[in-house]
Every structure is written in C-alpha cells, then in structure tokens.
Design a protein around this ligand. Structure first.
Ligand code: DGY
Length: 334
C-alpha cells in the first residue's frame, strides 16, 4: 500500500522524525529558514498530512490549496499560527504538543527573571568589554528576589510551574490573573486571583504565560507599564504580540519599570532597529524556552503521534479541535 504523503516543514529530532519517515512518504524541508508561504502552499498541495512549526502560517486559503490534507500537527504547544476554526470548518484535525515543555519554559522564565533582576547579562558584557576595574560598592545594583511578589498572567501549566519556582524557592507571594481560577495554585501555592490592574500595581515581577488571541493581543501597552512599580521586572516567554514593543522600550528607557527579560518578540527575529535589542536593561533571547533535549524529543514524539493518528482518522494524542471529528476529511490513504 502507498504511504501517505506528508510535508515536514523543518528537521525535528529523530525521536519523532524517524517514525514519520517510517509511516509516511515524507518530504522534509531541510533549510535553516522556514519555507516561504508560496513554497509551503506548493509543497502541501498533494499532501495528506503537514507537520508544521510556529513559523508557518496555516489559514483557510492555504488549506483550500491542499484538498487532501487531513491533519496539521504543530510542533509546539502554542498554535496561534493556525486558523483553527478554518481547519475545523474544512474537516482538518489539528494537534499540538502540550505538557512536555512546561518545566523547560518555566526554567527559562525564571532564568530571565533572575538575570534581568540581578543585571547578569549587562554585567557580563561590562566584564568582557574590559570595563571591570575594581569591586564597585555602588555598581550593578539589582533587585532582591526573596519574599517579594510575583504576578503570573495566565495560570495554566507553565504559569503554575513558574509560580511553584517563585513560591517554593524564593518564598514569594503569588498573585495571578486568568479568566479561570486555578484551585491547585490557590491551595498549594497560596496564589490569589486578582484583577489585572491590581496584579500590575502590586507585583515586583510580572511573568506572562497567556495564550495569544484577540483578547490578549497587545495587552501589555503603555497604560499597563504605567501601572507597574518602577522596580518591576517584566518577563515574557509566551508570545511577542502580547506586548506593544515600542511601549515596553519607552518604559525601560524612562525607568517606568526596572528591567525586562524576553524570550519572544514581534516579529521573530526582531526587525533591524527594534529598540529592545541592545537596550541595557532588556534581555532578548531567541525563543529558546523549550530548547532542552528531553522537551524537544518529547515534542517530536507527540507531533509524530498526532500526525499519524490524524492520517489514520484516529483521535489525536493532543487534539486542539476534537470538534472536527464530526466532519473530518475522508481521504482514503491508510
Ligand atoms: C511552543 O511550543 O509554543 C513554544 O513557543 C516553542 O516551543
């Protein structure tokens, strides 16, 4: 029997890619950069499956150009790059990779929090540039962590893991803002669910773990930064478009807030001249939060499982749109 045709839009760990190759007739994009939109469109025209990355925009017109496509398996927990209602309307199953990058992402958020608070990156550059002449009683003064208040925006799996680190390791008070309450966080970490304005005003550290959607896009703007403490440290490991970057840059330059640590920007990579890049009190990392061996291997395994299940017409292991079941595309491939 012919193997189903799939397109894999970048090389992913063998833990998943080997299974995809075994089960499918796989065309794997091996470039370092993502396939341009027109190339992606051409590549998937005859495919039954697509293993995509967050750098691939999957929308209605693209899905219409791939009439045999039954499944889009996204190699990420976030899926804001996919128009899920458009996929559902066309009978295409969508999968993601939740649960396996929670600790890695929370570790990165905490690393940014402590690095920005204690001015570690800035100090390292100072030392490397040969500016370190003596021990400086008044130099490189940062923010303490122990016993302070962290505000978690988005208390899902990753927000909880970040709050756990702040509470358990540094004895912080935990505030959070979310549409839903998180009973486990309230019970185990003493977390208090508060309106956003109160979180912004009372938190020493604000760590963003919210989904990107129409209600959260650009929620961190000039008005939000103006409500924060001048000593506040802002951390974003979620998605760049949650933040108005020009407003964040202005807040950092004017001292409205103390520092920021970002693993995500808008767009990625930042455009030339982005004022956040190179700013003394802002750390910008290239979206590396899930970049650990075990997280990336586990993401690859789930992405392969989702792809293969979708091709077989079975339930996906991590299924973003189970409501598609009623009208899944019927293509006789497996
Ligand atoms: C995700 O999975 O959504 C991260 O942003 C990348 O691993």
């Amino acid at each position: 029997m012919n193997k189903p045709k799939v397109f894999v839009s970048r090389v992913i760990p063998a833990a998943g890619l080997d299974r995809v190759r075994e089960f499918c007739d796989a065309d794997v994009w091996t470039d370092q950069l993502p396939p341009p939109a027109d190339v992606l469109r051409r590549k998937i025209a005859e495919c039954e499956g697509l293993l995509s990355l967050l750098t691939d925009r999957i929308d209605g017109p693209l899905l219409d150009a791939a009439p045999r496509l039954r499944v889009v398996s996204n190699y990420a927990v976030g899926y804001n790059n996919i128009d899920v209602p458009a996929a559902t309307a066309r009978g295409v199953a969508v999968g993601n990779t939740p649960g396996v990058l929670t600790d890695a992402t929370a570790d990165m958020a905490f690393a940014l929090l402590i690095s920005a608070s204690r001015r570690i990156v800035e100090s390292e550059k100072y030392a490397v540039a040969g500016q370190w002449k003596t021990w400086e009683p008044m130099g490189h003064i940062g923010q303490d962590l122990a016993g302070r208040t962290v505000g978690i925006v988005g208390m899902g799996r990753i927000g909880y893991a970040m709050a756990q680190r702040c509470r358990g390791g540094w004895g912080m008070r935990v505030l959070y803002h979310d549409q839903r309450s998180n009973e486990q966080a309230e019970r185990d970490l003493g977390a208090e669910r508060v309106p956003l304005d109160r979180l912004l005003a009372e938190s020493d550290f604000i760590s963003v773990h919210a989904d990107l959607n129409d209600t959260t896009r650009q929620m961190f703007n000039a008005a939000a930064f103006a409500k924060m403490k001048p000593t506040a440290v802002f951390v974003n490991t979620a998605r760049g478009p949650l933040v108005v970057e020009a407003d964040l840059a202005a807040a950092l330059q004017k001292g409205t807030i103390f520092a920021a640590g970002l693993d995500v920007t808008d767009p990625e990579p930042p455009l030339a001249g982005n004022p956040l890049v190179g700013l003394r009190n802002c750390i910008v990392a290239p979206h590396i939060a899930s970049a650990t061996v075990s997280s990336r291997n586990a993401m690859a395994e789930i992405a392969a499982d989702n792809l293969i299940a979708g091709l077989k017409g079975e339930p996906l292991r991590a299924w973003v749109n189970p409501d598609v079941a009623a009208n899944r595309r019927k293509v006789d491939v497996v």
